[in-house]
Design a protein around this ligand. Structure first.
Ligand code: COA
Length: 257
C-alpha cells in the first residue's frame, strides 16, 4: 500500500484486504493517528477495485481495540472533545458506508471505541475470548464514536442501555445471543473463519453488495447530539476524576459534578 502507516498493518490477498490495528502494548487503543490511518486505509479500500472485502482485526490475542486512547484526551476541553467525537464518527461512518463488506474479526477486548469500531463494520465474528463493553461511564463519559446510535439498532434499546449504563463487559456467548456478533469461533480459527466468510462474499455480485449496504444504512441517527453530549462530559469534575483514576491505576470517586 502506498500510504505510510505506523499503527496499522495491511495485506491484500485474493480480493481480501486484511487491516490489523497494531499497537499491542496499548491493547490497540485508538489514538488520533490510528484513526487518521484508518481513514486513509478505508479510502484506499474504497477506491481500489481489486479489494472486494475488508477484514479488520487487532494485533495479538488479547485485544481487538481496548478503546479510545484515554491518555490522549484526558486534558481535552469540551470543544476539543466534541471535535474528536465528530472526527471519529466521520471515519467510522466511512467504514459503515464503504461500498464493500467489512468484517470485524474480534480477537479479545472490544471496549469503548473498539466496540464502536466493531459496530461500524457490516459483519462481526468474535473469538471465544472476546469481551465487549462500553465502559465510558466508568470514566465519567458516554460513548462518542457512534455507539449510542448504532448499538440500539443492532441489539435493541434494552440491551444497549444495559451495556451503556452499567459499562460492564459482556462475553462472547452473551454477544452472540444478543445479536451483537454474527458468529463466535475458537481463537485459533478466527482469521480462518473470517476469511471463509470473506471468500464467500467475493463470489457475490459487487454491485449487489454495494446496493445492499446502501439500502441498510442506519435510518435514525443523531451523531451531532452524541458528539455534543460527549463534549459536555469533558466539562465535568467526574470526567477529570475518571480519566485521572484510570491513568493513576486507582478507583475513581465520583461527586456528580
Ligand atoms: N487508552 C490508553 N491506554 C490503554 C487503554 C486505553 N483505552 N487500554 C489499555 N491501555 C494501556 C494501559 O494503560 C497499559 O499501558 P501501560 O503498560 O503503559 O501502563 C496497557 O495498555 C496494557 O493495559 P493494562 O490495563 O495493563 O491491561 P490489563 O490486562 O490489566 O487490562 C483492560 C485490560 C482492557 C481491562 C484495561 O486496559 C482497561 O480497562 N482499559 C481501558 C478500557 C476503556 O475504558 N476503554 C474505553 C475508553 S473511552
Amino acid at each position: 500500500m502506498a500510504i505510510d502507516l505506523q499503527n496499522i498493518l495491511t495485506e491484500e490477498k485474493d480480493g481480501i484486504l486484511y487491516v490489523t490495528i497494531n499497537r499491542p502494548d496499548k491493547l490497540n487503543a485508538l489514538n488520533r493517528k490510528t484513526i487518521e490511518e484508518l481513514d486513509s486505509v478505508f479510502t484506499y479500500a474504497q477506491e481500489l477495485h481489486t479489494v472486494r472485502v475488508v477484514i479488520l482485526t487487532g494485533s495479538g490475542t488479547k485485544a481487538f481495540v481496548a478503546g479510545a486512547d484515554i491518555s490522549e484526551f484526558s486534558s481535552f476541553t469540551d470543544e476539543e472533545a466534541t471535535n474528536l467525537s465528530l472526527f471519529g464518527q466521520n471515519v467510522f461512518s466511512k467504514i459503515e458506508s464503504l461500498c464493500k463488506p467489512v468484517i470485524a474479526a474480534i480477537n479479545g477486548y472490544a471496549l469503548g471505541g473498539g466496540c464502536e469500531l466493531a459496530l461500524a463494520c457490516h459483519l462481526r465474528i468474535a473469538s471465544q475470548n472476546a469481551m465487549f463493553g462500553l465502559p465510558e461511564v466508568t470514566l465519567g463519559l458516554i460513548p462518542g464514536y457512534g455507539g449510542t446510535q448504532r448499538l440500539p439498532l443492532i441489539v435493541g434499546r434494552g440491551k444497549a442501555l444495559e451495556m451503556i449504563l452499567t459499562g460492564a463487559p459482556k462475553d462472547s456467548a452473551w454477544a452472540l445471543q444478543a445479536g451483537l456478533v454474527n458468529q463466535v469461533t475458537e481463537s485459533e480459527n478466527l482469521l480462518a473463519k473470517a476469511t471463509e466468510v470473506a471468500q464467500l462474499l467475493t463470489t457475490r455480485g459487487p454491485i449487489a453488495l454495494r446496493k445492499a449496504i446502501e439500502a441498510t444504512l442506519d435510518p435514525i441517527i443523531d451523531y451531532q447530539l452524541e458528539a455534543k453530549l460527549f463534549g459536555d462530559c469533558f466539562d465535568t469534575e467526574d470526567f477529570r476524576e475518571g480519566t485521572s483514576a484510570f491513568l493513576e491505576k486507582r478507583k475513581p470517586v465520583y461527586k456528580g459534578k
